[in-house]
Write a protein that binds this ligand. Structure first.
Ligand SMILES: Cc1ncc(COP(=O)(O)O)c(C=O)c1O
Length: 384
């Protein structure tokens, strides 16, 4: 079903954030896909629209069951359906968790470079982010466990916001790494928010390990954020979940999400989620195969034709993290000039933390034709 991905709809002039760009510009930045949603999801939404009444919606048990079945089948995690709470998005859930699980001026740890909005959720709520840089060697990122422990040992640190798999570097953390993170957090009384929104976008044949599956400790001290938003390209529909195995922590999250009024679905959220998890697995497998091929193409292209740049090999997400240290010490300036001169619009690594200053992030979830065009623009700019 290659045509699902080769033939992308025109997203200009429909209010798409990503495509609000000039005619000559090619946006490969914000993390959504240019692919139309899976046929079953579109059919479910068309049915819902045809009904014509869009009042308040309830959450059926089928919603919990859809998550449970998907995580059992694809990720080997047996979730208690009652441990899932609906929320309108992963970021609303993280911001809520920050407010409920920490007090003002307390600190939250992030492993950088990391998804920039984690910083917003911390800072906008009057808390303090603590960056623990990942170790970067031989093109691979690892957790710096001594540095993580030193940060967690600060009595003012009460939360770790963890990204599994990790945006932007594309690492899938191993069971051993997750278990070690869990033990350190338990030792220092730190709750873990594990953001797993990218978990279904992995290289074919590669799975991820849910944080809560890495041992009893991990399950007991964590709030996991799940969503069909990234993997099925439904970010604009406001549908996500938190999974909280521990009843005490779950009660806190349940109250907090309700207090913040981000625990109720809109008229399309449930339909789309059911059609995604119950009927669109083939689409996900095809999408992963397509994106993996684009990744291989782009990595080879950069190695052969833009040797000054180094693509970091990603195991997950449709994002590509590119080391530009040989050509710039300021990725923001690099991206600004790249956009001005070639129209290619990438994310500058600066926003993901201090260690991102010489990297850029490129979104591969578009047609192969666009990926080829993007590579060509990048080559012309860098080699000039
Ligand atoms: C790691 C991560 N978490 C959360 C989000 C956004 O989640 P939501 O749209 O459900 O708030 C993104 C979007 O790029 C992301 O990359």
């Amino acid at each position: 079903m290659r045509e699902w991905f080769d033939q992308i709809p025109d997203r200009r002039r429909i209010g798409a954030v990503k495509w609000d760009v000039k005619e000559n510009e090619l946006p490969m930045w914000v993390a959504d896909m240019d692919f139309a949603a899976a046929p079953a999801i579109r059919a479910a939404l068309e049915n819902r629209v045809a009904h014509g009444v869009f009042g308040y919606s309830d959450l059926p048990a089928a919603w919990n069951d859809a998550y449970v079945a998907w995580w059992r089948r694809r990720h080997g995690l047996e979730m208690d359906p009652d441990a899932l709470i609906f929320t309108t998005g992963v970021i609303p859930a993280i911001s809520t968790a920050v407010r409920k699980l920490t007090t003002p001026a307390e600190k939250a740890v992030v492993l950088t470079p990391v998804y920039n909005i984690f910083f917003n959720s911390i800072v906008n709520n009057g808390r303090v982010p603590v960056e623990v840089p990942l170790l970067y060697a031989n093109g691979r990122y690892e957790i710096d466990f001594p540095a993580l422990e030193a940060a967690l040992a600060d009595p003012q640190v009460s939360l770790l916001i963890f990204c599994n798999p990790h945006n932007p570097v594309g690492r899938i953390w191993t069971r051993a790494e997750l278990a070690a993170v869990g033990e350190l957090c338990k030792k220092h009384g730190v709750t873990v928010i594990s953001d797993e929104i990218h978990c279904d976008i992995t290289l074919p044949g590669t799975g991820y390990v849910p944080f809560a599956a890495a041992g009893e400790t991990c399950a007991a001290i964590s709030v996991t954020c799940l969503s069909p938003g990234k993997c099925f390209n439904l970010a604009g529909l406001g549908s996500a979940a938190v999974y909280v195995p521990d009843p005490f922590l779950r009660h806190k999250m349940w109250r907090a999400l309700n207090t913040d009024e981000v625990a109720e679905p809109n008229a399309f959220a449930v339909e789309a989620t059911l059609a995604a998890f119950n009927e669109s697995e083939d689409w996900v497998n095809e999408m992963n195969a397509y994106v993996a091929e684009s990744r291989r193409f782009a990595e080879d292209y950069i190695r052969e034709k833009i040797p000054a740049l180094v693509p970091v090999h990603g195991e997950a997400t449709y994002l590509m993290w590119i080391d530009c240290a040989a050509v710039t010490d300021d990725a923001a300036d690099f991206c600004r000039r790249l956009r001005e001169e070639t129209g290619l619009f990438l994310n500058a690594g600066n926003v993901y933390g201090k260690t991102g200053e010489t990297f850029v992030r490129l979104n591969l979830a578009t047609s192969r034709k666009n990926v080829e065009d993007g590579m060509d623009r990048l080559r012309r700019f860098v080699n000039a």
